[in-house]
Design a protein around this ligand. Structure first.
Ligand SMILES: [Fe+2]
Ligand SMILES: [Fe+2]
Length: 270
């Protein structure tokens, strides 16, 4: 199965790039399943129902969220009506929506998508992601009902993401990090067959401070004083993420590649 995962969509620039380029990426990479992290798609803070619909209409098969899951209040209701939006498993016991779900891919096979939040350097204390994900992995063994298992680890610390990658090795097709908005260069297949990338990066304008127009973040770093609100940068976005090809029988990853499309980020050239 051919799967693409794209990192945090940042504001209008990110949404525009998704709408303009996702259909082409689906064709070029012959994708069976596309996951997008949408936690910053609405003004950089959360995801509204309307913008979730925009991303789904553009071709996303599933949207994951993150610590900003419910910054847009209408997501509290929207997520109950739209099964294609997944929130973190360990967000809160009271949170609406689901943290894991089986989807039908375009090739007719089933894909499990789940997301956990990390604990290290996060603003709020969330429950332990390792014990949160364990029952989900147990009830959906790779190569059983789920031909692929995709895990979005929404964490700040690279160490925590890497530890979660090893924890899931052999039991997930892909473990991919989100949240930092900066892509890492460590795409690999772990020893037991799990595709792994510490961070997918963002789908946003990289001429920015992690997707926000740079003046206010710079001012706050330099003076320690806020003056204005953060607003998403509006230049051309790079779509950033990862592609995996999985074995349909075992669910393990046979090929992994970084994806960077458009905007400021460069891809390798000879
Ligand atoms: Fe984010
Ligand atoms: Fe986040």
């Amino acid at each position: 199965m051919k799967i693409m995962f794209l990192g945090d969509v940042m504001g209008r620039a990110g949404r525009r790039a998704i709408c303009e380029n996702l259909p082409r990426l689906r064709t070029e990479w012959r994708l069976d399943f596309i996951v997008i992290n949408g936690e910053n798609a609405t003004s950089g803070m959360g995801l509204s129902g309307a913008h979730a619909k925009t991303l789904l209409d553009a071709g996303a098969d599933c949207i994951t969220l993150g610590d900003h899951a419910f910054d847009q209040k209408d997501m509290l209701q929207f997520i109950e009506q739209e099964p294609r939006v997944i929130r973190p498993l360990n967000f809160s016991k009271a949170a609406p929506g689901k943290g894991a779900r089986l989807f039908a891919a375009r090739n007719g096979r089933k894909v499990l998508v789940t997301q956990v939040l990390g604990q290290v350097f996060m603003k709020r204390p969330f429950d332990d992601p390792f014990s949160a994900i364990e029952p989900v992995l147990k009830t959906h063994p790779l190569g059983g009902q789920a031909a692929a298992v995709l895990v979005d680890v929404h964490c700040e610390a690279t160490s925590e993401k890497m530890a979660l990658g090893h924890y899931c090795d052999g039991r997930a097709s892909l473990v991919v990090g989100t949240h930092t908005h900066v892509p890492t260069a460590d795409a690999m297949v772990l020893p037991k067959g799990t595709g792994y990338l510490t961070d997918a990066g963002m789908c946003g304008d990289y001429h920015s401070v992690i997707g926000m127009q740079k003046d206010e973040p710079l001012r706050r770093f330099i003076t320690g004083m806020p003056k204005e609100r953060f607003t998403p940068a509006t230049g051309e976005a790079t779509l950033s993420g990862v592609y995996v090809e999985t074995d349909d029988r075992t669910g393990k990853t046979v090929r992994i590649a970084m994806v960077r499309d458009g905007g400021l980020l460069q891809t390798a050239a000879p």
